[in-house]
Design a protein around this ligand. Structure first.
Ligand code: UDP
Length: 235
């Protein structure tokens, strides 16, 4: 499968049209950004690591009945995917309080939530991805109430699959962001699931093993990403 034209260059990935009109190739880069592009850098081998992690996770979710855009891992940095018409909603699911939940609502970091919280954000960098509810999403024409409900339901199912899967690998899944898209009338999980889009804490030590190491200048960023990759690929 060949890269034909560059369709889009994002912060962490390039998206290429593939030979087949229904397929695209996601090329994972080492570039890292945080705080809506205000902090920029590079994490050695991040692209290779995230492609490996996301590919493994898409296979696991697919085997468990979650429809995803994943077709195959082509090589170290390239993933072949079904072409999506992206839904401009970022769906964040939280099991433990961290990040903006702490900043916005005053939860103590590490508070275990009584049930997972699912949040919707408008995918719009110019507006700083504002938090929104179903009414905003429908009023903005991003989808129907049924579709938005379906995204939330899919996020909850995915969370219920990921939490025990990561727990077996001694990782606590604190929170994560998902993106979805439409393909031939079906809503599929898209984008990636990786330490760029999830918070992982080591189950025993509580050490942060995700992009927070980059965001907060904690050091050991590459080692944290490799450690997640090692645990994800080992079984
Ligand atoms: N997240 C993401 N992309 C975004 C915003 C958030 O992948 O544009 C992920 C983030 O890595 C974390 C979860 O979504 O795992 C919740 O992020 P939060 O709202 O706490 O925002 P942050 O503190 O990262 O600004």
């Amino acid at each position: 499968m060949n890269k034909i034209t560059l369709l889009h260059e994002g912060k962490a990935k390039k998206v290429w049209q593939a030979d087949d009109a229904d397929l695209i190739i996601q090329e994972f880069k080492d570039d890292a950004t945080a705080f809506n592009n205000k902090k920029k850098g590079s994490i050695a081998d991040k692209g290779v690591t995230n492609n490996a992690i996301a590919s493994r996770l898409f296979v696991m979710l697919g085997e468990n009945g979650i429809p995803t855009h994943f077709v195959s891992k082509l090589n170290d940095r390239d993933m072949l995917c079904k072409k999506l018409d992206i839904v401009l909603i970022e769906v964040v699911t939280r099991n433990v309080a961290a990040g903006s939940l702490v900043r916005r609502y005053g939860f103590a970091e590490g508070t275990v939530l009584p049930k997972p919280i699912v949040e919707l954000y408008l995918k719009n960098d110019d507006l700083d991805d504002p938090l929104m509810n179903e009414d905003h999403a429908v009023a903005l024409g991003l989808g129907t109430y049924e579709e938005v409900a379906q995204l939330k339901e899919m996020a909850e199912k995915i969370n219920a699959l990921l939490v025990p899967w990561f727990a077996e690998r001694h990782l606590r899944l604190v929170d994560f962001k998902l993106e979805f898209g439409r393909h031939k009338g079906e809503i599929l999980l898209g984008d990636e699931i990786s330490p760029d889009t999830c918070r992982f804490w080591d189950a025993e030590s509580g050490e942060k093993l995700d992009k927070d190491r980059f965001r907060l200048d904690l050091g050991g960023v590459e080692d944290a990403y490799s450690e997640v990759k090692r645990r994800v690929l080992e079984q």
